[in-house]
Write a protein that binds this ligand. Structure first.
Ligand code: NHR
Ligand code: GAR
Length: 213
């Protein structure tokens, strides 16, 4: 069975969606850089091993990443999942987990990489927003895209209402991507492109706002 380690920093709703999705994987551990992450208690209740590697205990990113890798490797994962993980990772760390580390980002990449995506989407006035699951590469939020979901931006949206609409879709596409990986249908090729076997055709287009006629 595919062994999975999930990295979180906070609430952990994506991690909960993964744990609840009936995936053919073994959740070996949930690890947080933040000792106060609410998601840790949920994982523990579900009988999943948890650990904290607090970035504040290390002098720099290299030292933190080394400690994090050591904790991860104790669980011998086939797949490392960034589920609301908030620390940028060093090149050496990313290289160690090449082709077996994925992230969910709350925007339709390559639009709005980085932080505060929902606020920036509202500022820009985009009418369609969403989320992306991608393989992690050294450069942040530009890794090869696996699956995306789009949602409309509504005229009266706040960043909270928009975030909630996007989050619902995160909870759909993230388990799907992990399932494909566990089934051996999803791979990162050596040339940096994504191989996905047997996925269905996409849904009809989302046009926002609705055109007349
Ligand atoms: N690391 C690498 N090398 N590549 C990626 O694609 C990564 C990554 C680490 C995290 C998630 C990403 C997101 O989906 C992710 C992708 C945190 C920051 C950030 O600036 C940026 C992108 C992402 C996560 N973090 C600040 C930092 O100084 C801290 C912010 C905070 O603690 O609130 O590391 O958006
Ligand atoms: C999610 O929206 C995730 O996409 C985003 O943070 C939220 C975490 O929620 N990730 C990032 O912004 C990474 N920088 P969760 O803890 O409830 O899954």
């Amino acid at each position: 069975m595919t062994r999975v380690v999930v990295l979180i920093s906070g609430r952990g709703s994506n991690m909960q969606a993964l744990l609840g999705a009936g995936l053919p994987v073994e959740f070996a551990a949930v690890i947080s850089n933040n000792p106060d992450a609410a998601g840790l208690a949920f994982a523990r209740q579900r009988g999943v091993a948890t650990a904290v590697v607090n970035h504040r205990d290390y002098p720099d990113r290299t030292a933190f990443d080394a400690a994090l890798a050591e904790e991860i490797d104790r669980h011998r994962p086939d797949l490392v999942i960034l589920a609301g993980f908030m620390r940028v990772l060093t090149d050496a760390f990313v290289e160690r987990y090449r082709a077996r580390m994925i992230n969910i980002h709350p925007a339709l990449l390559p639009a709005f990489p980085g932080l505060h995506t929902h606020e920036r989407a509202l500022e820009e006035g985009v009418k369609v927003h969403g989320c992306t699951v991608h393989f992690v590469t050294p450069e942040v939020d530009v890794g090869p895209i696996i699956i995306q979901a789009a949602v409309p931006v509504l005229a009266d949206d706040t960043s909270d209402s928009l975030a909630a609409r996007v989050l619902k879709q995160e909870h759909r596409i993230f388990p799907q991507a992990v399932r494909w990986f566990a089934e051996g249908r999803l791979k990162l090729r050596g040339d940096g492109t994504v191989e996905l076997d047997g996925a269905g055709p996409p849904q009809p287009p989302l046009i926002s706002p609705t055109p007349e006629q």
